[in-house]
Design a protein around this ligand. Structure first.
Ligand code: PEP
Ligand code: MN
Length: 339
């Protein structure tokens, strides 16, 4: 932590700050320049974080030296984390993992059909929502436990890893019983009770960035999960709210290199919820892999016109198959691969 003092800070004010820093058990190092004085503080920054030094007389600025997140940071772990999702699928290494499936699980037959198609095209993870965070209370809210049972059955029969959203902290145990990977949706990224509960499990988790959250906010939410003992976190950029209204959300592709620099955790892109329209999904998917994303989560539906949610952004299986061909070429060109 560096405390920058105002040019007119008095000696009394400087002494007062030094006394306060010492009283907290930390060591102040004072550097007097011709213009102003700065105090470098050595010791655990957390102690100073909860002390509002900015309000002390004579203080102009307080600059933290360390990022507020620890366990998720590159300083804590230099190598990329590779997370085992089960069924032979690992994310964070050379392999780019493709997750695909319907927005919402509707019935067992359509889930089977979509799952067969995405598997044939090369996806290794089947997505499908059973608890749906809908903007309207009148929209379909998901099949709940029955949907999870279908997902488990299809995942087991086709040997696909499964991922599904958990919306409520009291349902973490239920969802964890049925799926291989938990998903925390963008609307719940800062639902800290939910995030902590997921941190208490051993399940891998896809943590989606809130639509009005910074990358650092997302890393702080991930820190909750890691600090609870669960290191299997996959970050997910799914677009943020900006003034641009052509797309449903603005895909922040920079989130990929930024998180790669700040954190060892894998990051995937959800091009479907970013684009909002199926025909823009291929371009965003290719850009994501070129930028270094470790995976994609893409909505696919066999009859998008009849889908109960997000039909407009869902690829039909034949388009998904075409896209997979292109994605393999992009992955190869950046030294990655898609099985
Ligand atoms: C979803 O993946 O179906 C979903 C609702 O995503 P998000 O939380 O990113 O809106
Ligand atoms: Mn959706």
């Amino acid at each position: 932590m560096i405390i920058v003092l105002k040019p007119d800070a008095s000696l009394e004010q400087i002494d007062h700050i030094i006394e306060k820093v010492k009283a907290l058990g930390l060591t102040p190092h004072v550097s007097k320049g011709s213009e102003r004085t700065i105090i470098g503080v050595i010791g655990p920054e957390d102690i100073l974080r909860i002390t509002p030094l900015e309000v002390f007389g004579g203080v102009e600025n307080v600059i933290p030296v360390l990022a507020p997140f620890r366990l998720v940071s590159r300083e804590f772990k230099k190598e990329d984390s590779v997370i085992d999702l089960g069924k032979g699928v690992k994310i964070g290494g050379k392999e780019v993992v493709i997750m695909a499936g319907p927005c919402t699980i509707e019935n067992i037959d359509s889930l089977f059909e979509i799952a067969r198609e995405v598997k044939k095209a090369g996806a290794t993870v089947l997505r499908g929502g059973a608890f749906k965070p809908r903007s309207s209370p009148y929209s379909f809210q998901g099949l709940g436990k029955a949907g999870l049972q279908m997902l488990k059955q299809v995942g087991n029969e086709l040997d696909l890893v499964t991922v599904s959203e958990v919306m409520d902290s009291c349902e973490v145990g239920l969802v964890a019983d049925y799926v291989d990977v938990l998903q925390i949706g963008c609307r719940n990224m800062q639902n800290f009770n939910l995030v902590k509960e997921v941190g208490a499990t051993k399940k891998p988790v896809v943590l989606k960035r809130g639509m009005a959250s910074t990358v650092k906010d997302m890393l702080m939410s991930a820190e909750y999960i890691l600090s609870g003992g669960n290191f299997s976190v996959i970050l997910c950029e799914r677009g943020i709210r900006t003034f641009e209204d052509s797309t449903r959300n603005t895909l922040d592709i920079s989130a990929v290199p930024v998180t790669k620099q700040l954190s060892h955790l894998p990051i995937i892109i959800d091009p479907s919820h970013a684009a909002g329209k199926w025909n823009w999904v291929p371009a965003l998917s290719k850009a994501a892999i070129a930028a270094g994303a470790d995976g994609l989560i893409i909505e696919v539906h066999n009859h998008p016109e009849e889908a109960v949610s997000d039909g407009a952004q869902s690829l039909i299986p034949s388009k998904f198959l075409d896209l997979m061909g292109e994605l393999k070429a992009v992955a190869n060109s950046v030294g990655r691969k898609i099985s």
